[in-house]
Design a binder for this molecule. Structure first.
Ligand code: RIB
Ligand code: CA
Length: 318
């Protein structure tokens, strides 16, 4: 079976970290690299976190390339309230010994896409700044991208305003470049990611297991739950970013709407909101350009995360 050529653009980030673990454990991907972006924390911190994660699981064969530090048209607003000063507070990992590549993330993406013989998949689970910049800088490569899976937006939910979700809110212009590109975009917004929970009464499924990967995830959940369980009173930790990866492994785990998806870049109160038009086709604001997901088979999703941790522990033992 042919592996999917993939680049994951991220801002680790507690949930980004678990999304990377799922990708690294899967045999479905030819993971060409991880690009990092300013988001949950500065790009320097998200890059260091990505390097730490790869060293933890023994996968320093995967290159890390540091990307844009600020959104396309504004200054970065980090999520220290959620992810802490390091961007991945909780677990204690050694400072990385490896380094990111000495090139720009957008050029790395272009290089990998250009030389790929198979249709490429991009995943963006931080602000879409790198992906948006790549699409603007390399229009002649759009045809080689099969689809883009993103964590972002929400139909009925926002987390940085009533209607705007952090990744799109931080860089609406880049998000609009993605939705306007006409490359099929699969949005995993808060409507589905707030259902993609690891419940607090399930944290023990990780803590009870021996091995550095399980303990890493348990430490991530403990810190991440300060915001989501203690402060926002959710029943557990939403694995926002893992949705964008899990759906590539097991698409039937999620359901959603074919839709015309747009991003508001102008509203004084709605800037960064996703417009998801699912009215009868003839009334929609434009042709469908993607799928907006609304539901997940949560137990199947949880099992994938646990199985991924077992696989990575096994790989470390081999
Ligand atoms: O709104 C949630 C998103 O913002 C997730 O990707 C999280 O990691 C942060 O980047
Ligand atoms: Ca993220």
């Amino acid at each position: 079976m042919k592996k999917i050529p993939l680049i994951i653009d991220c801002d680790p980030g507690h949930d980004d970290a678990i999304a990377l673990l799922i990708a690294l454990a899967s045999d479905k991907f030819d993971l060409k690299g991880i690009t990092t972006v300013g988001g949950n924390q500065t790009v320097e911190k998200t890059t260091a976190n990505a390097l730490k994660i790869l060293e933890l699981v023994g996968r320093t064969d995967v290159p890390v390339v540091s990307g844009r530090s600020n959104p396309m048209m504004s200054k970065l607003r980090v999520a220290e309230d959620v992810h802490g000063a390091s961007g991945m507070d909780g677990p204690v990992l050694p400072e990385p010994k490896t380094k990111s590549l000495n090139m720009r993330a957008v050029d790395f993406i272009a290089e990998q896409v250009e030389k790929s013989e198979d249709p490429f998949v991009l995943v963006a689970v931080g602000p879409f700044t790198n992906i948006g910049t790549f699409l603007l800088a390399y229009p002649h490569l759009h045809h080689k991208i099969e689809k883009i899976h993103v964590m972002g937006g929400g139909v009925y939910e926002g987390n940085r305003s009533q209607l705007a979700e952090f990744n799109v809110w931080n860089d609406p212009e880049s998000a609009k470049v993605v939705t306007d590109s006409r490359i099929p975009v699969h949005f995993f917004g808060l409507d589905v990611t707030h259902k993609a929970l690891i419940r607090q009464d399930e944290f023990h499924l990780f803590r009870q297991e021996k091995g550095s990967v399980f303990q890493f995830v348990a430490d991530l959940l403990d810190f991440y739950s300060i915001c989501y369980v203690q402060e926002r009173k959710l029943e557990g930790c939403p694995m926002h970013d893992s949705c964008a990866v899990a759906s590539l492994i097991d698409p039937n785990m999620f359901t959603g709407y074919e839709a015309f998806i747009d991003v508001d870049i102008e509203g004084s109160k709605t800037r960064g909101a996703c417009i998801v038009d699912i009215r009868p086709q003839e009334r929609r604001l434009g042709e469908n350009n993607g799928v907006f997901y609304m539901n997940v088979d949560r137990l199947r999703f949880l099992k994938l995360i646990i199985d991924s941790c077992h696989k990575l522990e096994q790989d470390l033992r081999n």
